[in-house]
Write a protein that binds this ligand. Structure first.
Ligand SMILES: [Zn+2]
Length: 472
């Protein structure tokens, strides 16, 4: 017998252009897949979820998060990129045990799930040993979320940049064989590669050859601050490395012709607006990407700085681009006084956070919209609160008003993982206790590290003394 579930009577933001937005609609799910989305569906023998005064929409997709850092929430909220590189990235990271990678990934992914992110790309770049990679994969799998494990090597590969001479870890081959011989599960694999601006040319060539050899999608940081101005995309084009299986993260300081090269080869992009603005990567590239025909996805990046949910990120991404657009218009002596529409809308931003995210993960045939045939990754957002009522504009409410506390129900592949505001599979207290254990272990084992002296003893949480090994 089919396992059927009917979500009834919600405001449906399908993100499927053929279905559109239903002021009141139903979604029918059978065996984990969406089979119908319509104003009214008659169905028998099924569980019913009442969606009255709820917005029903696809789960969000976060296309780039260094999930292992979740236990260090907000310590870097006042840090620059350089503080982060020596304080967190190659600093506190080196005291991680495999179970700390597990604890970070479990907290980060369940936190995301709780807030309505049903697919997360884990940009995992603190894999000191094979055991750390095992811990990272286990954390993702135990979360119950859909996820992409993007293997990103560890400190050997990320210290001493630019010009790093250490190839991407060959352990990626073992991980591929051991866990991802089939790419059909909830957790799949990609390769998280350093952009050529971080390594020697030979190392960059090696890393891309590894991705091709393992038949994996690639996610790569490019256009991040000053290093991004070294024309990494032009180099990749010369080497024949640009393709439609690559997601380019940040893109802030790439030149316009480089963005065009990405568009011409079918690449996808990931905008991490909060972190880009804070850490000085440059202006989020949303508008410049749109100009060359790339609709970007969105990403949280580091929870050491920013919140882990999509609502805040959508507001930052939209507000930033609207500010840039208005400033450009004003500088040109114009205004929107003539009644022309605002170029970038709340609907656009929600598409970036859902279907474009799915595309950047290579999963757009499976998730990212409420389309019959796709996996039922769905969230219900309450609108019966003082802050959300009366509901006049569902897309505006999601982008400018909603927050994780309103995410009442979450489904992954048709399975309810959050019901009535409560996670089904997890006790948050236990996950938090694991994360605190990781934080305390790192602080104790790093007690003699001058970094910790700066970070903790002075009470500023700001590292002041870069170690000699870090030159970027
Ligand atoms: Zn990143």
């Amino acid at each position: 017998m089919l396992n059927r579930l009917l979500i009834r009577g919600g405001t449906v933001l399908s993100i499927d252009p053929a279905i559109g937005e239903l002021e009141q609609g139903d979604v029918l799910i059978e065996d984990g897949r969406i089979v119908a989305v319509a104003p009214s569906i008659e169905a028998e023998d099924c569980e019913v979820i009442d969606a009255t005064d709820r917005i029903v929409m696809p789960g969000f997709v976060d296309t780039h998060r260094h999930t292992w850092q979740a236990p260090w929430r907000n310590i870097a909220s006042d840090w620059s990129l350089f503080h982060y590189l020596w304080g967190m990235h190659t600093g506190l990271s080196k005291y991680y045990r495999p179970q700390d990678t597990y604890n970070g990934n479990l907290l980060g992914t369940v936190e995301a799930l709780d807030s309505g992110i049903t697919t997360l790309l884990d940009w995992s770049h603190n894999l000191a040993t094979p055991d750390h990679a095992d811990g990272a994969v286990a954390g993702l799998r135990d979360s119950g979320s859909r996820a992409v494990f993007a293997h990103g090597s560890g400190n050997q590969q990320w210290g001493s940049v630019p010009g790093n001479t250490v190839n991407h870890s060959d352990d990626a081959r073992r991980v591929r064989d051991q866990y991802f011989s089939s790419q059909d599960g909830l957790v799949t694999m990609a390769l998280a590669i350093r952009g050529p601006q971080f390594t020697t040319e030979d190392v960059a060539r090696h890393d891309w050859a590894l991705a091709r050899d393992l038949d994996l999608r690639v996610t790569v940081h490019v256009g991040d601050g000053e290093l991004g101005k070294t024309r990494p995309i032009e180099w990749m084009q010369r080497e024949g490395l640009l393709d439609d299986r690559t997601t380019y993260v940040h893109c802030c300081t790439l030149a316009d012709d480089e963005l065009q090269m990405i568009a011409d080869t079918g690449g996808t992009a990931s905008v991490a607006a909060d972190v880009e603005l804070q850490m000085g990567h440059g202006w989020p590239a949303t508008g410049r990407l749109l100009q060359v025909g790339i609709r970007p996805s969105l990403s949280i990046d580091v929870c050491t700085s920013t919140g882990g949910h999509m609502f805040g990120l959508m507001r930052t991404a939209l507000g930033t681009q609207r500010g840039l657009d208005n400033a450009a218009l004003s500088a040109a002596g114009g205004s929107l006084a003539g009644g022309e529409p605002i170029p970038l809308t709340c609907r656009d931003i929600i598409e970036f956070a859902t279907i474009e995210g799915a595309r950047a993960c290579g999963l757009d045939r499976e998730v990212g919209s409420l389309t019959p045939g796709k996996q039922a990754d769905i969230i219900l957002v309450r609108t019966d609160t003082l802050g959300m009522s009366p509901l006049n504009n569902a897309t505006g409410a999601i982008v400018y008003n909603a927050h994780p506390g309103l995410v009442e129900t979450v489904l992954v592949a048709g399975r309810v993982v959050k019901r009535d505001g409560v996670l089904v599979d997890h006790d948050p207290k236990k996950i938090i206790a694991l994360a605190e254990e990781t934080r305390d272990h790192v602080l104790v084992s790093a007690a003699d590290d001058p970094l910790i002296d700066d970070v903790v003893l002075h009470g500023t949480w700001t590292p002041r003394t870069p170690p000699a090994a870090v030159s970027a």
